[in-house]
Design a protein around this ligand. Structure first.
Ligand SMILES: [Zn+2]
Length: 369
């Protein structure tokens, strides 16, 4: 039996193996505070029942850990009351490689898989795949563009995710937005496609995503705290340049995150309140999302965390704060997408994609005014 993290998104430190009991902990690396991302691979343990004991806190979502036999399809293992820091699982016979993780993995290979599938449903070349920049470790940071159908006078929508590397839920919502934008037959999708260019950076912290970093609270600061006067990270510098280059046509900017690991507001899908005038615009959008969304994950506009409350104090050095000042689009906001539960309902990638589709419909309605 081998337990490792040598795969995209992998993160584990193995402390001790005693038969079928394995002591592990999440690898915090350069994270400046306690955080909870981990993802491990077990090889050569088909048919065995294993107990994983985590030695640095309760690192499970509201649905417990999740498991996959192919790193694509995941299921939650559920949360047990006692002990709360371990889980026991039987690996099915003939499953030679099993994956266990805090939440379903989403790395470059998952994006490529999604784009391959999407491209079977749309005209060739509708999604222009480019590179925003090279990351610090030499990886291409993907930049996707869907040009508007109209030649002149098109406006721009920009979406980003993973300024915090571990926040996987964001990308499933992003898939839903892209699918709706490009494949839906609805008048709203057609209108968006006609009038708006869509610009997407799926992985702002590409190295962190592929290497399985927490990414949140990275020292000396993380990618979302890098939007100050002299950014450390190439992707932040390149995004600022890109957005400044289109600021006269940028109408809508959304930075998609996932919140803390579970409990309270973290077990919901919520937007973060913004300073005026963006709060007024946010209220218009969230009312539309609540009205339009009929997927199986609940969404309530009342879950918006007000500006100035709790940790939501607003930071000029955050991506949305910087965009508001530097580009002043009509809408600039932050969406937080739960990992495990949305109001008692188990989160699934498909549920998040459904929410993304609803969000795209609401964006069309909002931008049409
Ligand atoms: Zn975040």
């Amino acid at each position: 039996m081998k337990i490792d993290a040598e795969f995209p998104g992998g993160n584990i430190l193995v402390e001790h193996i005693d038969g079928n009991t394995i002591d592990v902990r999440q690898d915090l690396r350069d994270t400046g505070e306690w955080w909870f991302w981990w993802a491990l691979r077990v090889s050569g343990a088909a048919g065995r029942t294993l107990t994983f004991r985590f030695t640095n806190g309760d690192v499970f979502s509201a649905c417990g850990p999740c498991a996959s036999w192919n790193a694509i399809d995941w299921h939650w293992l559920g949360r047990t009351d006692s002990p709360r820091t371990s889980f026991t699982v039987t690996i099915p016979p003939r499953v030679d490689v099993a994956y266990f993780s805090f939440a379903p993995l989403y790395t470059q290979r998952h994006l490529e898989r999604f784009l391959r599938e999407l491209e079977t449903r749309i005209a060739p070349g509708r999604v222009e795949r480019g590179t925003l920049c090279a990351s610090e470790h030499g990886r291409p940071v993907e930049l996707l563009r869907v040009p508007a159908k109209r030649r002149n006078g098109a406006r721009t929508v920009a979406l980003i995710a993973r300024t915090h590397a571990c926040e996987v839920s964001a990308n499933f919502v992003m898939e839903g937005i892209l699918s709706e934008w490009l494949t839906a037959q609805s008048p709203g999708a057609a209108w968006l496609h006609e009038n708006y260019e869509l610009v997407v950076v799926p992985f702002m912290d590409k190295d962190g995503v592929e290497e399985g970093d927490q990414g949140k609270a990275r020292k000396p600061h993380d990618h979302n705290r890098d939007f100050g006067a002299s950014p450390l990270y190439a992707s932040v510098r390149a995004l600022q340049e890109l957005l400044l280059g289109c600021k006269n046509r940028l109408d809508f900017y959304l930075d998609i995150h996932a919140p803390y690991l579970r409990d309270g507001i973290n077990d919901t899908i919520f937007f973060t309140g913004q300073p005026q005038p963006w709060q007024t615009e946010l209220d218009k959008l969230t009312a539309l999302v609540e009205d339009i969304h009929d997927g199986h994950l609940p969404y309530h506009s009342a879950d918006t965390i007000a500006h100035g409350v709790d940790w939501n104090k607003g930071l000029a050095a955050s991506s949305a704060g910087w965009v508001q000042i530097a580009c002043a689009p009509k809408f600039a906001g932050v969406l937080e997408v739960t990992y495990g539960k949305a109001h008692e309902v188990d989160v699934t990638p498909d549920g998040l994609r459904e929410f993304g589709a609803s969000l795209a419909k609401a964006m069309a309605s909002y931008l049409r005014g």
